[in-house]
Design a protein around this ligand. Structure first.
Ligand SMILES: CC(C)(COP(=O)(O)OP(=O)(O)OC[C@H]1O[C@@H](n2cnc3c(N)ncnc32)[C@H](O)[C@@H]1OP(=O)(O)O)[C@@H](O)C(=O)NCCC(=O)NCCS
Length: 195
């Protein structure tokens, strides 16, 4: 183990998949506390519609995710092993070839290009490894950061699910975005396996 690896307890974790600057390690139940703290950030709580649940309940949910066959969850790591986010493909349907993308970055690591990098790597995994045909994303229509990040990764705005969630006393619209295999194939950027 070199000095950088010793710098963080996450450095020794297996890096299953890589982006340009980030790597993915499979999520473990012991990561629950870290992610629970990220979800408490007001932006995350607002954009993800997070309930103020207990760590105990959240850990049980992470344990269930780890068991689920229809989702793949990862911690996003920097090269020195610093964990910066939680990313996932949810509701994977290998018959229809569809899944939904999920991404939450820790507040202190936003606006540095890591979200776009992680999302590109996730779509490379979906299309280049799992053989999916379509990846969908759903976010509030006023979540500028998510909309820009999804657009940068090639996602196309498909429509609006009007008044589909209640948060802080008012109804919000959700935007539906999708990336199809052919659109991913047309993207001119290096793929995860080229980093
Ligand atoms: C959405 C999120 C993942 C974006 O990650 P990020 O690392 O901050 O985004 P990046 O730095 O990679 O920026 C990607 C693009 O989004 C833009 N962007 C990022 N944050 C922005 C903000 N707050 N306002 C406006 N634009 C923003 C960047 O300028 C960049 O645009 P470009 O492609 O034109 O250069 C992050 O803000 C986050 O975790 N938010 C809370 C959870 C959430 O909303 N998740 C999405 C639910 S689907």
């Amino acid at each position: 183990m070199d000095e950088d690896e010793a710098a963080t307890p996450y450095a020794a974790r297996e890096r299953f998949w890589r982006g340009r600057d980030v790597a993915f390690t499979p999520l473990e139940p012991d990561d629950a506390e870290l992610i629970h703290s990220w979800r408490a950030d007001p932006v995350a709580a607002h954009e993800m519609g997070v309930w103020p649940g207990s760590l105990h309940e959240f850990r049980e949910r992470i344990e269930a995710h780890v068991e689920d066959r229809d989702r793949d969850d990862f911690l996003v790591l920097l090269p020195d092993g610093t964990p910066v986010g939680h990313i996932a493909l949810m509701a994977e349907d290998l018959v229809d070839g569809t899944a939904e993308a999920y991404l939450l970055l820790a507040a202190g690591h936003r606006r540095r290009g890591l979200g776009a990098d992680a999302l590109a790597a996730l779509t490379d995994l979906a299309f280049g490894e799992l053989g999916l045909h379509r990846v969908e994303a759903v976010t509030h229509t006023d979540n500028t950061a998510a909309l820009a990040t999804l657009s940068r990764a090639g996602f196309v705005h498909e429509g609006v699910r009007r008044s589909s969630c209640l948060h802080r006393g008012r109804r919000h619209d959700n935007a539906i975005l999708g990336l199809l295999r052919a659109e991913w194939e047309a993207l001119e950027r290096p793929r995860s396996w080229e980093h």
